[in-house]
Design a protein around this ligand. Sequence first.
Ligand code: 5GP
Ligand code: MN
Ligand code: MN
Length: 335
Amino acid sequence: ADWAAAVDAVRRLAPDARVLLICHVNPDGDALGSMLGFGLGLRRSGLRRVQATFPGPPEVPEPFRELPGLELLVPATEAYPDPDLVVCFDAASESRLGELVDRLDTAPVAVVLDHHASNTGFGDVLLVQPGAAATSVVAEELLRRLGVPLDAGIAECLYVALATDTGSFRFDATTPEVHRLAARLLATGIRPGDISRRIFDTRPFGAVRLHADVLARTCLEPTAAGGHGFVWTYATLDDLARHDQQPWVLEPLIDSVRCTAEADVSCVLKQIAGDAWAVSLRSKGAVDVSLVAVTLGGGGHRFAAGFTGQGTAAEVAGRIRNTLDVALINRDDRG
Ligand code: 5GP
Ligand code: MN
Ligand code: MN
């Protein structure tokens, strides 16, 4: 990681320089939290013109509507066309930046903060740490190297990012260093109970009934390698309309599906339009689902990955299962 170049790129800015922070489409807690926490830190360091934005629909998912730093957000259409600095958060590839991808070139310097093993290496200054539990781990280290002290606003954003990407400190990426970071964030006085209830444990009654419909049609299938089941379900735009719900309520479904004891790999297909599906993949470890996702045009991490698929839900699921068969057979060949 090129810390010196990143620190230099920020330190060189005049107080009225225009800084544009961007993150991946359909932003999650890590994308929004690391971006807004870093943005608040830049404001605190004296930079007056800091914008944050993301591609696609500008709506912030309900669970994140009380994040500190939301005042930094502008719709992508209103973002500085030629900022003095771009900082990119939690995006593994340029394709995740939609219409904002041109800013990587219009800005004199683009600093990229990320933690995906599949990161393609775009941008000018790369702070990519595949081992990091979240992009907010990288963001906090950069703020520390810039000499920006944490306050409760910055800390709440970075905590939401960390809690989201570690599954509330349950996944293997939850190292002693992650807990030490969490301790520094909590020491600012933020309230983890309130934050967790808001971002993980609150959804409309209609969403509870929608989850029941979607989980009722979950399928468990064997894979060719045997012993490694594949469990999947799908949610349609009609499901959302029938229960009068927004797409963000579908995000927790994968955490219910992936509990299936008989399956190593789990999947939820979320209809975007017609025959296009946003696909979430999870693995318990036997399969590297980022390889499966990359094969099918997406990316991600070993245990959590995704892509956009075309066809009927059953066709897309079939394609995943075929890819899994190959992945599992290759793995078994290697012993
Ligand atoms: P989720 O299932 O929570 O949406 O995504 C899990 C992981 O897969 C995240 O790290 C995310 O960055 C990655 N991911 C999800 N969808 C896509 C996609 O369409 N393209 C790429 N490159 N990565 C994705
Ligand atoms: Mn993300
Ligand atoms: Mn992340």
